[in-house]
Write a protein that binds this ligand. Structure first.
Ligand code: PLP
Length: 295
């Protein structure tokens, strides 16, 4: 999707109280070259990002995304972002998103330019792709080995496993592998057989009437959509929880979904050719909730 808007941010420290950060923003032509060739984000994928869904001009779950940006920065030893500065950038960006229909705002914080300004940061806005098919017809998934054990995040923090880094080449390769195997999407599992997440989404399963998702214990991202949906489900009287899920437990699920900020809730129709039931009514109610204005 072509970018509609781009804003370069001159990052300030978290102690800067502003209150108005407009002077640190520079609107640029989103179709013109903008990055220095010395950018470490492009040379090494050394940076972090967030993708915020926008519905009818309203950026969804901004606070949760800003908090995860700060969490990722901490894991990656990047300078702590000033969340009020980023919030103001999101507010400006949202005015350039489609005011009817869906859009996406991306926040990018890069290590910066080698021997140059560091860190560097920018925000982009685009219209969202049409995700109706995934939401209504669902997705077939295959499980793919992520190549590490359930304990690895604790013993090897330099793998940056809980951070949303710009290094998504592995995630994109997993999606291509899933398509080669005739599926629409993948679910990463640990080499010792536990469920993690999809390459661009969290997994939620309903097992014995309870909604469960893998614990975000450092090996996966803590999804803002999953958090929001669990709060909604709890307010409706459903039981939710975090669990260590063996891969085989997915076959006991009476329904499962991949959830993420832009595609929202996509019901899983099959896991490794094992057909799963789809609760079309519940899925539609999830997406109605996820499309309602959420802060
Ligand atoms: N896990 C990964 C690896 C992701 O890339 C994403 C979103 O892009 C998610 C989970 C879901 O996160 P969110 O619901 O905040 O979009």
């Amino acid at each position: 999707m072509a970018l509609r808007f781009a804003l370069v941010i001159e990052p300030v420290g978290p102690e800067d109280e502003g209150p108005d950060f407009a002077g640190t923003f520079r609107t640029i032509d989103p179709s013109a070259p903008a990055l220095s060739v010395g950018e470490l984000s492009t040379q090494r994928g050394d940076g972090i990002f967030e993708s915020i869904g926008v519905v009818d001009g309203h950026p969804q779950e901004t606070q949760a995304h800003l908090e995860r940006l700060a969490h990722s920065a901490g894991i990656c030893d990047l300078p702590a972002p000033n969340l009020e500065q980023w919030r103001q950038a999101v507010t400006i960006a949202a005015t350039h998103a489609p005011q009817q229909g869906e859009g996406v705002i991306k926040l990018i914080l890069s290590r910066g330019v080698e021997h140059g300004p560091a860190p560097t940061a920018w925000v982009t806005v685009a219209a969202a792709a049409d995700n109706t098919s995934a939401r209504e017809r669902g997705v077939r998934v295959v499980t793919l080995d992520r190549g590490y054990g359930i304990d690895t995040p604790a013993t090897a923090p330099w793998l940056l496993l809980g951070a949303k880094t710009l290094s998504y080449a592995v995630n994109m390769a997993a999606l291509r592998e899933a398509r080669r195997r005739g599926a629409d999407d993948a679910v990463f599992v640990t080499s010792d057989g536990f469920v993690l997440e999809a390459p661009t989404a969290s997994l939620i399963a309903r097992i014995d009437g309870r909604f469960v998702t893998p614990a975000p214990n450092g090996g996966i991202l803590h999804g803002t959509t999953q958090l929001s949906l669990f709060a909604h489900l709890e307010s409706e009287g459903f039981e939710t929880g975090y669990a260590t899920l063996p891969t085989r437990s997915l076959r006991e699920a009476d329904a499962a979904w991949l959830v993420s900020s832009v595609r929202l809730a996509a019901p899983i129709t099959a896991i490794d050719d094992f057909e799963l039931a789809v609760d079309a009514g519940l899925t539609a109610s999830f997406n109605r909730y996820l499309l309602s204005p959420r802060d």
